[in-house]
Every structure is written in structure tokens, then in C-alpha cells.
Design a protein around this ligand. Structure first.
Ligand SMILES: *Cc1c(COP(=O)(O)O)cnc(C)c1O
Length: 436
């Protein structure tokens, strides 16, 4: 399925003198031979750090450990490695130890929003289920950097069962997102067991898997794996390409195998200074993804996790990138740019402004070329007071299929059937005066 180059075999033999091309394309061999120390890294690429550099690098990996798959390392250009996007995502930088006062260990409050171990329940209808604590490669920009290398173990069946029970007993969950770590570092059988258990719940409509293996370990995408996955449809997969250089022949093979099994593919990129903070690079990336049947899903603003300050760009860079995509290329090439709210507020979409002004009669808009245009509002629109009495409504909502949750947030302010007129923080001085 995968073709292995002579250079890869040469690199494999630097790690394991008896290795051949079938070892290189064996995902377990890749994991066992992940590069975890500076000397092996130097030996693989034929480079040398100065003794001063080495001292600082050693200090860095003592805090934030190193692990790079031989495959991903082989994508680094040894002649210009310091500016290499693969190098920057995989090899430690001494800047990681520079903490800024705004850095947080758990900026997204994933641990706080965790009703049972391994589960983060933040949104009404979906949960994040951390079924793996293991990754093939430690991305230097990991949002869960606090945990990297921590307890590199796969949760036991008993631990997973607690999460499964929570999902079973929470019928509002219709979408389960398997995350980690990387779920694809579990064996096929273990994953099959988890998926089978999840599928016993009628309320779980969709299962999603977040994995970076197509990028850092494409050989994990075997025929056996996809044969197992397709038994559990609908299964969606989101992967994590950040730079067009990562879309190699092997990565394309892995993506095609997944897509051919009927798995819809999405991509979540992180905006990273020095890696992909460029409209041209991002346009090439999203177009290449679509060519490989991957829909760009999210572009994340880099989180406020500890050790990531050198990767952060201003939000303006992300808006500039989205400005360069909308209208300029196919609509489904454009990801939603989001900031994952510090404190656990979830993902907040950010866009350039296209709505310039409006009156009761007209809306004034601008397009990607700078054309300013108007849209005439309808003269007659019968706005119906909605009391949520859907049985009497002319719109044919099939009540059996509709959820009956209370509205929350701004949705609640817009709802006719809810008397709220304002959202007010609970603990303001003004409010406490009212209570007195
Ligand atoms: C991102 C995320 C989800 C999924 O969000 P979508 O916008 O549906 O992709 C669910 N739970 C948590 C905690 C998340 O961070």
C-alpha cells in the first residue's frame, strides 16, 4: 500500500541496523523507534548542536519531553532545518520554557468540565472522550502540553468503562468525539471494543475521531483498521495538517484509504508563527486538502497553554488569512477560524466583517473584491410570534425528531417564548446592591 524510499530505509538502519522497508512502513516499528533524545536526533539528520544549545535543549525536554516518529523526522530538510515547518512542530525550542504571565496549564478548563475521568462535557449535545494518553509524536504546540509524556499509558477497560457509563446515562449526548492523546495508538481490537460499546446507545448518533496519525504516522491507516471502523458508521475523522509539506505521498495514501471507507474527513489546523502564518501557505494547504477529500474544518488561534508563546500570532493574522480565502477559493476550502475561549467557553468563530451597515429597508455589504453592494429587505414578512407551540405551527417540524431543550445564551434573548431580556453576570456589584 505504501511505497518506501531508499532514503527512508537508510534512516531506518540508523535506528535499527537490521531494518528493512517493511519495518519502516510498520506503525508499531515507527512508535518503538520514535526519536526521544537529542543525540539520536543529531545522528539521524547528520547535524550537531553547540554544547550550549544542547544544554538548553536538554533542560527543555526535561520539562516537555521529545518524541518524533522516524517518518515525520524524515520530512525535515537537514540543510535548512531551523526554518523548517516540520522541525518547528516536532523538535523542542528553548523558548518553550519562557512562561508569560498569561500562560495557563489548562486554558480550556478541560479538567474542570470533566464530570467523570476521561470525559470533557462542555456543550449540550456532545462530549470529548479522552480514550488515549499516548501520541506517536509530541507536537510542540500541543494544547494539552501540561499532560505530554505524563502518564504515557492507555486507559484500562475499567477506566474507559466509567466514561462509557456516563455517556450511556446521559441521553442528551448525540455526538461522541474520541480524542486523547491519539485514539489511533490503541490497537484495532481495543478501539473496536470502545466503538461497539458506544454503538449500543441509541442516542449516540455520530462518532468522531480526532487523530494526527495521517500526518505523523500514515502507516497506522491500515486496511484492517478501516475495515473495523466502517462497521461502526457514521464515523467521522478530523485530522491535523498544518503545512502543505505534510501532505506527502504516504499521507495521501492514508487519506484515500479512509475516504474510500466512506469516512468523511475534516482537518483542524492551528495557526503557528513561523510555520503557517501566511495566506499563501494556507491557501495551498486548504486546496491540497480538498484535493485529497479532506474538508478544512477549523483553523485555531493558538491557545494560551504554557510553553506556546513563541508560536502565537495576533488574531489579526488569522483574520487576514480568512480574508484571503473567502471568495478567492472554493467555499468548502475555507475553515472556520476560532478562538477556544480561555476558561472553557468553547470555540468562538472569528471572521472579517462583511456587513457594513443596515437600515430597516436595506443591508449594505461588501464582497471579497471590495465591491460595496446592497440587499433590499423584503417589503412584507409576516413575523410570527413563536410560543414554541410547534403542533399548531404552519412549518412542518416533525416533533418526534425535535429536541426540547431550554434555550440558552443569546438564543434565549431572541426567543419570543422566553421572557429573558438580558444576560447579566451573577456577581456584579450592581446586582449585589439590588439584593441588599
Ligand atoms: C471542540 C470541542 C468539541 C466539539 O466541538 P465542535 O464545534 O462540535 O467540533 C466538543 N467538546 C469539547 C470540549 C471541545 O473542545
Amino acid at each position: 500500500m505504501f511505497t518506501v524510499s531508499d532514503r527512508s530505509v537508510k534512516l531506518a538502519r540508523r535506528l535499527d541496523p537490521s531494518a528493512d522497508s517493511s519495518d519502516w512502513s510498520d506503525w508499531r516499528w515507527q512508535c518503538v523507534h520514535a526519536i526521544r533524545d537529542i543525540s539520536t536526533f543529531e545522528r539521524m539528520l547528520g547535524i550537531r548542536f553547540t554544547s550550549d544549545e544542547r544544554k538548553h535543549l536538554e533542560e527543555t525536554i526535561a520539562v516537555f519531553p521529545l518524541s518524533i516518529t522516524p517518518y515525520y523526522l524524515s520530512l525535515i530538510d537537514p540543510n535548512d532545518f531551523k526554518n523548517d515547518p516540520i522541525f518547528k512542530q516536532s523538535f523542542c525550542s528553548t523558548q518553550e520554557l519562557r512562561l508569560s504571565p498569561y500562560d495557563m496549564a489548562d486554558p480550556l478548563a478541560e479538567d474542570k468540565d470533566s464530570p467523570v475521568p476521561l470525559v470533557t462535557h462542555r456543550y449540550p449535545d456532545r462530549v470529548l472522550f479522552h480514550i488515549s494518553n499516548v501520541c506517536a509524536m509530541y507536537c510542540r504546540h500541543c494544547t494539552r502540553k501540561r499532560k505530554v509524556g505524563d502518564r504515557d499509558h492507555i486507559p484500562s477497560k475499567a477506566e474507559i468503562q466509567k466514561g462509557l457509563d456516563y455517556i450511556k446515562n446521559t441521553p442528551t449526548i448525540r455526538d461522541v468525539l474520541l480524542s486523547g492523546g491519539d485514539p489511533f495508538l490503541l490497537s484495532d481490537d481495543y478501539l473496536d471494543w470502545i466503538l461497539t460499546e458506544l454503538r449500543k446507545n441509541d442516542h449516540v448518533e455520530v462518532i468522531r475521531i480526532g487523530t494526527r496519525t495521517p500526518v505523523v504516522l500514515p502507516y497506522r491507516i491500515t486496511d484492517d483498521l478501516v475495515q473495523m471502523l466502517r462497521k461502526h458508521h457514521p464515523v467521522w475523522i478530523n485530522t491535523h495538517f498544518n503545512h502543505p509539506r505534510e501532505i506527502t505521498k504516504s499521507a495521501r495514501t492514508a487519506l484515500a484509504t479512509l475516504a474510500d471507507a466512506g469516512i468523511p474527513l475534516g482537518n483542524q489546523s492551528v495557526l503557528l508563527a513561523g510555520v503557517n502564518d501566511c495566506p499563501r501557505i494556507m491557501k495551498v494547504l486548504v486546496q491540497k486538502l480538498v484535493r485529497n477529500r479532506v474538508r478544512p474544518y477549523y483553523l485555531y488561534q493558538c491557545d494560551l497553554s504554557e510553553g506556546l508563546s513563541h508560536f502565537r500570532t495576533p488574531v489579526g493574522k488569522g483574520i487576514e488569512i480568512i480574508e484571503s480565502l473567502i471568495g478567492h477559493t472554493s467555499g468548502f476550502c475555507v475553515p472556520t477560524y476560532v478562538i477556544d475561549a480561555p476558561g472553557g467557553g468553547g470555540k468562538i468563530p472569528i471572521m472579517p466583517n462583511y456587513l457594513i451597515s443596515w437600515s430597516t429597508n436595506k443591508v449594505v455589504l461588501r464582497n471579497y473584491e471590495g465591491v460595496i453592494t446592497t440587499y433590499k429587505e423584503p417589503d412584507s414578512y409576516e413575523s410570527i410570534f413563536c410560543d414554541r407551540n410547534c403542533g399548531d405551527c404552519k412549518l412542518q417540524l416533525n416533533l418526534a425528531g425535535a429536541d426540547e431543550q431550554e434555550p440558552i445564551g443569546v438564543e434565549k434573548l431572541l426567543a419570543d417564548y422566553n421572557p429573558s431580556i438580558a444576560l447579566v453576570p451573577e456577581d456584579t456589584e450592581r446586582m449585589s446592591r439590588r439584593e441588599e
